[in-house]
Design a protein around this ligand. Structure first.
Ligand SMILES: Cc1cc2nc3c(=O)[nH]c(=O)nc-3n(C[C@H](O)[C@H](O)[C@H](O)COP(=O)(O)OP(=O)(O)OC[C@H]3O[C@@H](n4cnc5c(N)ncnc54)[C@H](O)[C@@H]3O)c2cc1C
Length: 456
């Protein structure tokens, strides 16, 4: 075995595990060591809400690559081992397993430390029954507090908040979903789009937008009430709570990177280039601990998606092993989810984040199949286009096959295809599958016509 080259990976989440795999694919001989502070091999965090409700039968089913798998790949995975120090002068990583210190020299290091959940600075929040959802251990705690007919309060109406609301609702809990923004899904789609879902889910659960968590009441160390402030009226409201889940975003875990002097951006994430290199030679960083440019805005943003963490992991793994891999010039931020039987998807940012762009938008609302064919489902697509050049800035979809339709717009943004060309896109047609003119091109028609009318 060629042990001349040592790659050390810190963290075995989506990005770290992927980096190890692609380093191995690139170089069959290089020595690869992963240090992971928790006791689990690489698993899907994205599946946690479904393993809590039992749609995925066991939490262990989420493990995608077990210890045995890493062993077969000749990757040295050390679980329950926390990296405490990186010595960049002598290129040595110091880790600790139980009370034993482990030293490992490196040629390249990949920091994959992920993110930690943001916990609102609220009094009395450290009580039983208040949990975040980031790990299998968090999921176990949440599971033990689920009881039919009891009250669950969820803080944050983003993708994870809504996924949890749906899964706990399916288990018979009474749900109150709290959001500080005036709308649900504030970082994914525009208000006029999320209202389609809001109107429907409020028949099943209580949704309080424009509300801030201010305090928690407990009895015998267990949560009993959640106290909220209505941002509009200033009134305080108390909501009974047997379980509270905080899904209010994350903060990048950058302590080790900061200590060795890696440049940290204004977002709080580690700055990396298109090869996933940090500002320190031979030190790469990937996943939720990093920031990277948004494709459309060119502005650095935090990376909070598993899909992106995996893409970065591939790039850093290949490069650390001597290959030459580059990311796209920015992230498209394509995302999707499904809750309360609504599929949603988006590419790019909601309008409110697009700054000084002159946005022309259009919305199409129709059926996923020809009107005469039974079984058509509603689909709404909103397109955001730059008035200047007709280039697509973002797209949002709610309804049938939203993700597939949004993937088409992701390709258009990546390829710089403007709305005028997109309206002529030949989409596949057969009555049981899609109409002759799909919602994808019909929304482009609407926006193109707006541009034509403006220029007339
Ligand atoms: C409930 C939930 C649902 C999600 N759903 C989706 C989805 O549907 N689609 C999507 O794209 N994304 C989704 N995400 C986001 C996605 O899971 C993350 O973007 C992804 O896990 C990030 O991977 P990562 O490797 O950067 O970080 P992590 O997966 O957080 O891994 C970081 C690892 O580093 C370890 N570590 C940290 N510090 C040290 C240290 N000093 N020493 C050793 N080990 C250390 C940690 O223990 C951890 O295992 C979801 C996230 C959650 C929580």
């Amino acid at each position: 075995v060629n042990t001349e080259k040592n790659i050390v990976i810190i963290g075995c989440g989506a990005s770290g595990g992927t980096a190890a795999q692609f380093a191995r694919k690139t170089d069959r001989k290089t020595s690869i060591t992963i240090f992971e502070k928790n006791g689990y091999s690489q698993y899907s965090k994205c599946g946690l809400p479904y393993a809590i409700s039992g749609i995925i039968p066991q939490l262990d089913n989420l493990i995608e690559f077990n210890e045995e798998w890493f062993k077969k790949q000749n990757i040295n995975l050390l679980l329950n081992t926390i990296v405490e120090k990186i010595d960049i002068k002598n290129r040595i990583v110091t880790a600790k397993k139980a009370n034993t210190a482990i030293e490992k020299s490196y040629d390249s290091i990949i920091i994959c430390t992920g993110a930690k959940p943001f916990i609102p600075p609220v009094k009395n929040i450290n009580v039983e029954g208040v949990y975040v959802l980031r790990s299998i251990d968090d999921a176990k705690k949440i599971k033990s507090f689920i009881k039919k007919g009891k009250n669950a309060v969820i803080i944050g109406a983003g993708l994870i908040g809504l996924e949890m609301a749906d899964n706990l609702y399916k288990m018979g809990m009474k749900i109150t979903l709290i959001e500080a923004f005036p709308e649900i899904l504030p970082n994914t789609i525009d208000k006029d789009m999320s209202e389609i879902i809001y109107r429907d889910i409020t028949k099943k659960i209580t949704v309080l937008t424009n509300h801030l968590l201010t305090n928690v009441e407990s009895i015998n160390g267990k949560i009993s009430k959640t106290i909220m402030k209505n941002k509009i009226t200033g009134n305080e409201e108390k909501i009974p709570a047997d379980l509270m889940i905080i899904a209010a975003g994350t903060k990048p875990e950058v302590l080790l990177a900061e200590e060795i002097g890696c440049k940290i951006g204004n977002t709080g994430g580690i700055i990396v280039d298109e090869k996933c290199q940090t500002s320190i030679p031979n030190v790469y960083a990937v996943g939720d601990c990093t920031e990277y440019k948004d494709f459309v805005l060119g502005k650095p943003m935090l990376v909070g998606l598993g899909s992106i963490a995996v893409r970065q992991g591939i790039t850093a793994g290949v490069n650390a092993a001597g290959g030459n891999h580059k990311l796209l010039k920015g992230f498209l931020q394509t995302s999707t989810s499904e809750f309360f039987d609504w599929e949603i998807a988006s590419v790019g940012l909601p309008s409110k984040y697009l700054g000084d762009k002159n946005i022309l938008s259009g919305k199409f609302n129709g059926s996923s199949l020809p009107e005469y064919f039974p079984g058509g489902k509603p689909i709404t697509i909103k397109l955001l286009v730059d008035e200047k050049d007709g280039l697509i800035l973002g797209a949002q979809a709610v309804g049938d096959k939203a993700a597939q339709r949004i993937n088409t717009f992701a390709a258009a943004i990546l390829g710089g295809i403007n709305v005028e060309t997109m309206r002529k896109l030949e989409t596949a047609y057969a009555p049981p599958i899609a109409p002759t003119l799909d919602a994808v091109t019909l929304v482009c028609d609407i926006v193109s016509m707006k541009i034509e009318r403006k220029n007339r």
